[in-house]
Design a protein around this ligand. Sequence first.
Ligand SMILES: Nc1ncnc2c1ncn2[C@@H]1O[C@H](COP(=O)(O)OP(=O)(O)OP(=O)(O)O)[C@@H](O)[C@H]1O
Ligand SMILES: CC(C)(CO)[C@@H](O)C(=O)NCCC(=O)O
Ligand SMILES: [K+]
Length: 255
Amino acid sequence: MLLCIDCGNTNTVFSIWDGARFLCTLRTSTHHARTADAYFTWYSTLVKHYGIDADITEVIISSTVPRVVWNLRVFADRFFGCRPLVVGKPECRLPVAPRVDAGTTVGPDRLVNTAGGYDRHGGDLVIVDFGTATTFDVVAVDGAYVGGVIAPGPNLSLEALHMGAAALPHVDITQPEKVIGTNTVGCIQSGVFWGYVGLIHGITERIKAEYGRPMKVIGTGGLAPLFATGEVLFDTIEDDLTMHGLTVIHRYNKG
Ligand SMILES: Nc1ncnc2c1ncn2[C@@H]1O[C@H](COP(=O)(O)OP(=O)(O)OP(=O)(O)O)[C@@H](O)[C@H]1O
Ligand SMILES: CC(C)(CO)[C@@H](O)C(=O)NCCC(=O)O
Ligand SMILES: [K+]
């Protein structure tokens, strides 16, 4: 079985792929100092809790945090006796090479989303991923990542307001009833929620106009469903797109 690992700047997600479906999805916060032994203690406890009988023989990793990769390599080697595929490393081939400025490194999560989106939908896509950052990935007709947009994520924006303004509390994101807030929390929620609705709508429309062909818009990441209410911003929402992309890249490399 294949263990897929997606390390974001905030959260790290493990998912076990049995060749047909994901048996479970485990989530922890991302910490570069977490050791291979600590990963295994956490992993084996949860796998046992869910009653999963998983014989992991292969591991694939996508990490936006370079420093965590070393401990995850030790984890794969020590507990599963395998050398993981690491997206973005030269030995991990991509189905289609990205077309970006020379010398540019594309985030591995964006390359993985590209592969997963193209496998499911074909090309001419905008993939909007709500992680620590909100990214827009443009996938061409041949499946190449050809660029996109990086904006601060909703939670990061809320955190920045709290950190930068003495009188503003930490607020959790939610869809406010009204646009005109009548208290501080309501005003902040409105600014970030409706601000993001405008950002998603405005950027996807501008991408489509610049791209010049019909495009499908796919939402993914933890906060995508929050923005699925009301205004139609996405053609589809797929919360497992990154994990699916990892299985696609693994299959491509292993034949
Ligand atoms: N309604 C909600 N309100 C607040 N947070 C939410 C809500 N729904 C999901 N989340 C948060 O979304 C996050 C899951 O998003 P995801 O894993 O895509 O990105 P992330 O972990 O924030 O970023 P990264 O992938 O960059 O580490 C979780 O941390 C979860 O707490
Ligand atoms: C933009 C993030 C932080 C989103 O997770 C990640 O994809 C990343 O670190 N990217 C590197 C730069 C780029 O993708 O162009
Ligand atoms: K993510």
